[in-house]
Ligand binder design. Structure first.
Ligand SMILES: [Zn+2]
Length: 295
């Protein structure tokens, strides 16, 4: 009898740490997101207003899970209130609609600075000599489960949903990219056959962007995406959700690959932009020559 009791207690000790978080999550998801939280989504996430009821319900559920599982830490005296957390969670979870992935399983903490923050950035010179350096940043994504954001820039991203600049979409695209092992512009795509088309299309448009950036030509995708394949994926994600019509016109195959990956077509949430003036044909956008620091 004592042996049976001991076995039972051992099994319970092994199973409870696995069961309790799931029970707590189920209980959290059973409660509807409060009306005040939905009002924040409507105010801060413009695509939410134009989604159908099914996608809106999906986003609310994803946001509820995000808020339940992730920890927000304010830095340099910033207090992260509910509205701020919902704004960040709502934008981050846009990337997860219709997808079978979990809610950023490797991520546990979002650090929020009031404004752009200074981070250490070592530079490797000729011969591998490392020079310590510091750089002003809008956001960072780390493989160890942290995302760092500047609240000023989160707000800027929410205020203008048509400029292709959104630090939350950028950093959480890096988180998705990391799920495949390392951030290299090739997130987990499922079937291995998908990688061939993905790498062919992304490599072609990445190299085209490098040329455009080198010669200061206009581009729909911000030239910061020319710094590496991982940055290209993150910056193209910003473009996909904020300038879907322009991206579909100027990067048709890339837009198609992103529609397949993200399983949404953001053109459904945004009116087409006005046609450019007749004297400026084929002019997607003014170039952003000052590259913001987002990693
Ligand atoms: Zn980046």
């Amino acid at each position: 009898m004592d042996a049976l009791l001991l076995v039972g207690l051992t099994v319970l000790a092994l199973v409870l740490p696995w069961l309790i978080p799931r029970w707590r999550l189920r209980r959290a998801l059973a409660r509807a997101l409060p009306a005040s939280a939905v009002a924040v989504l409507e105010r801060q996430i413009p695509p939410y207003r134009n989604m159908g009821p099914d996608l809106q319900a999906q986003l609310r559920r994803l946001v509820a899970q995000f808020l339940h599982q992730k920890k927000f830490i304010g830095c340099e005296g910033l207090v992260v209130d509910d509205d701020m957390a919902i704004t960040i969670a709502g934008q981050a979870c846009l990337l997860l609609l219709n997808r079978p992935s979990k809610v950023y399983p490797a991520l546990h903490t979002i650090l929020v600075y009031p404004t752009a923050f200074v981070a250490r950035r070592d530079e490797v010179g000729p011969g591998g000599v490392v020079t310590p350096g510091r750089q002003s940043m809008l956001g960072e994504s780390w493989d160890d489960g942290r995302v760092v954001l500047s609240w000023d820039d989160v707000q800027r991203g929410a205020a203008d949903w048509t400029d292709g600049q959104n630090v939350v979409l950028h950093e959480f695209a890096h988180q998705l990219d990391s799920e495949s092992g390392r951030a290299n512009g090739a997130p987990y795509l499922g079937h291995h056959a998908r990688y061939r088309d993905w790498s062919e299309v992304l490599a072609r448009d990445f190299h085209a962007l490098r040329w455009q950036a080198m010669y200061r030509q206009r581009s729909v995708i911000d030239p910061y995406g020319a710094t590496s394949p991982a940055e290209f994926f993150a910056v193209a994600t910003e473009t996909f959700f904020e300038k879907p019509w322009q991206m579909a016109e100027h990067h048709t195959e890339l837009y198609g690959e992103f529609c397949k990956y993200y399983r949404v077509d953001p053109r459904a949430w945004q009116a087409p932009p006005p046609a450019p003036p007749a004297h400026a044909p084929d002019a997607p956008d003014a170039p952003h020559l000052a590259w913001p620091a987002r990693w």
